[in-house]
Design a protein around this ligand. Sequence first.
Ligand code: AMP
Ligand code: MG
Length: 419
Amino acid sequence: MPVEKRMPISVTEAVERVVSSTEELTKTEVDIYDSYGHILSEDIVATYDIPRFDKSPYDGYAIRSKDSLEASGDNRVAFKVIDHIGAGSVSSKSLGESEAIRIMTGAKIPDGVDAVVMLEQTVETETGFTLRKAFDENENISRKGEETQTGDIVLKKGQFINAGAIGVLATYGYRSVPVYKRPSIAIIATGSELLDIDDELEDGKIRNSNGPMIHALAHKLNIEAKVYKIQEDHFEACLEVVKEAHASHDIVITTGGVSVGDFDYLPKIYKAMDADVLFNKVQMRPGSVTTVAKAGNKLLFGLSGNPSACYTGFELFVKPGIYRMMGANEVYPQVVEATLMEDFKKANPFTRFVRAHVTLTKHEATVKPSGFNKSGAVVAIAHSNCMMVLPGGTRGYHQGNKVHVILTDSTSYEEAFRL
Ligand code: AMP
Ligand code: MG
């Protein structure tokens, strides 16, 4: 059989085809404690101001500022304390001349009060305290609505629910949070050479590292993926399993078998399923044979079996697809410019993605390949927190050159505060 001719498209075009070929899943609700990592499916509108009432930002004394006007270093002014309130309590007293209410952080400002004196600014007396400084109107008062006002959109539909968003949702009483469903994912590693993690090694065989790795990549996106039994390069059996996975999941990710080898059956499987192939050749290294197809309204990601290519394919194509299905506004990875810290001499006929380690400090971003970097490499993935992007048609990158870097993980060895 002649080798099928494939039309390579650019990475950008490929990502766009994935993103525009899918849409958000239906809406649902989850308990706030389970909502982290979901995407909000509705705008959240402030139903009251924050703060809800004028309140004290400090432990101290609530006063009328005009009673402090004469205070100075040589002239300490005395106040009499007539009430004492903690957070959650309100005072019913109203202040007369040179009177004060002892007030704690978070407590509602009593009527007639227009300043709070911090405890540290006072000297205690028998009946109250003295102070040595005049206070301005509104000094040390957290004003009602100074952060957010009733009717403001405080969280946007399509926003990733992070810890801060959960704080906001709790503030407005959302026990149950409106979110989009997350796609369910099937992972199928294909290849007759593959053994499972606990299998004894045999001549000519390797262990399936892609399955667990993709499971982890999905887990990072808070998605539970089902890992199917490893499939041998056998057309009928493989087709059955892919069909079953397609019927029961929103996304099917296979690894291996998308190339033009004698036992690469994925192209034939897509055909048998009447799937629309969005692309089967991308101008990239590694993973140029990465294929994405659509059957019904579901995406089938055919990632290369080579671990580095497989990882790259997930980061570049699967992740934006998942975020799109989750209803996220932000679906693309973050990219920064970094200074290359060692030579990288390979030519880049297609855009090359290199597993790498970036260090971001306050002053600069530096990057190095994270180890042996052929497409079959697995260890370098483990030491990477980014991928360098070396555009197609370039060659010979040198230490000191600026390169673009796609962030995949964002922790650092460097302690930012110390720099
Ligand atoms: P393929 O994409 O099937 O042509 O496989 C490309 C290379 O990746 C071959 O060397 C395979 O042995 C290897 N490979 C395929 N699947 C896996 C897997 N699940 N885990 C680790 N390596 C794999
Ligand atoms: Mg294979």
